[in-house]
Design a protein around this ligand. Structure first.
Ligand SMILES: [Cu+2]
Length: 421
């Protein structure tokens, strides 16, 4: 949903980024060398990311950018798992597709992308220079658009066993845009998870991608160094938790730089219903995110890390596709109670949620059914947060739901709630 005739914020952002960056050519040298540093402009290096090779090198090493994000590296430095609820595979060959792939007798082999250990893995990897861009470009033309179903799926049992794969895919998010996506399970957002307070969530991540990835569930209370550790290509990692509070929670890849991993598509929602239940309603899940995209190359637009740092997105949208619920509205009946479980994935901006022509009779800031506030016009959900918005459709019509920060609404964070009489 882009307008090619008007000035693009992305171009302005790219110019700003170009004026504030210098690069050190790392593709033939030490993979530990920074590929992005802030400093004085340099004519010789401004073109460094303009070729396919350089973009691939940039993306392949994006996970080694801890130099650009102090603190994150330390937070995610690997350690040996000792918790009884965590286990890993250690095989470094083909991806293990088994849901239970612990190899308890072997030596642990854990990596984080920002650690020296992970850098050495990247150095040894046979496809260390490949990336989402390279993998996605080959089949970009065959990427077909599909609407992301916003309906809250039924609760998936008291003991969820989820085995997901981190994958790099070309993903068509609109008629004219295919992004080089880093994903959970091949889509943006990843699958919607629905459980109840006290259920057991047993989660396994297998990494099919070249660079390390990980999983951070905001619904969990666990030791992040163990549960949320990075997983290198071909390995699997399992952890288990029981959600303590009800709510709409973000999950995301936590591998450094987290900005790059969330910004490239590795996020989604886990909905935790309260044991006591809520009023009957038509229930939908909306996850807002931003895209920061490089220029078109080989049919796809890769993620643009300098743009992410500048926080000027090209697209802001619900459930991964700009304006998708304008094209195909969310339909309900007159008299229905509608419940939106809304999560802001960011990576950097909130969702100021509003329904034009309506008011929320109930908004839960967290842990429904307690703590409800009434008669709300707009409420801001911070990046990394989730809230629940309810309204009763007592008037027929087509009601736009928007990010009322209209710069972001204009970039795609808008849809229609069609109330049919
Ligand atoms: Cu990741």
């Amino acid at each position: 949903m882009t307008d090619d005739t008007s000035p693009r914020l992305s171009e302005l952002a790219a110019r700003m980024a170009a004026s504030t960056r210098t690069h050190e050519r790392a593709e033939d040298g030490d993979p530990d060398a920074p590929v992005l540093v802030l400093g004085a402009p340099s004519d010789a290096t401004d073109t460094l990311l303009t070729t396919r090779t350089d973009r691939r090198a940039f993306l392949a090493r994006a996970s080694a950018l801890s130099l650009a994000i102090p603190g994150i590296g330390a937070a995610l430095t690997s350690c040996s798992p000792k918790g009884s609820n965590v286990r890993d595979t250690v095989a470094s060959g083909a991806p293990d597709t088994s849901a239970h792939t612990a190899a308890s007798g072997a030596a642990p082999h854990h990596q984080n992308s920002d650690s020296k250990l992970d850098s050495s893995v990247l150095k040894q990897a046979p496809h260390a220079n490949s990336s989402a861009t390279a993998g996605a470009a080959g089949s970009a033309s065959s990427a077909t658009y599909h609407r992301y179903d916003p309906a809250l799926p039924p609760r998936q049992g008291a003991h969820l066993q989820l085995h997901w794969h981190a994958r790099e895919v070309p993903l068509r998010i609109s008629d004219d845009t295919v992004v080089a996506a880093w994903t959970f399970e091949g889509d943006i957002p990843g699958p919607i998870v629905h459980c109840q307070v006290g259920d057991t969530v047993e989660f396994t991540l297998t990494n099919d991608a070249t660079i390390p990835h990980s999983m951070d569930f905001h619904a969990a209370q666990v030791n992040p160094k163990e549960a949320f550790r990075s997983v290198v290509k071909g390995q699997s990692h399992t952890f288990t938790y029981k959600p303590k509070y009800a709510g709409a929670f973000l999950y995301h890849c936590g591998t450094a730089p987290v900005l790059m991993h969330i910004g490239s598509g590795m996020f989604g929602a886990i909905i935790v219903s309260p044991r006591e239940g809520l009023a009957p309603a038509k229930e939908f899940v909306l996850v807002q995110n931003e895209y920061y995209l490089a220029d078109l190359a080989n049919g796809v637009r890769a993620s643009d890390y300098p743009k992410m740092l500048n926080m000027l997105p090209d697209i802001v949208c619900f459930n991964g596709r700009p304006n998708q619920y304008v094209k195909e509205p969310i339909k309900v009946k007159l008299g229905d109670r509608v419940r939106f479980w809304l999560v802001s994935a960011g990576p950097s901006h909130p969702c100021n949620f509003h329904v034009v022509g309506e008011q929320f009779d109930t908004v839960y800031l967290g842990s429904p059914p307690g703590g409800a506030i009434r008669g709300v016009q707009t409420f801001s959900v911070p990046p990394g947060g989730g809230m629940i918005f309810e309204l009763v459709c007592d008037v027929a019509g087509e009601f736009p739901f928007v990010n009322h920060g209209f710069g972001h609404g204009q970039k795609g964070a808008i849809g229609f709630l069609a109330v049919e009489g």
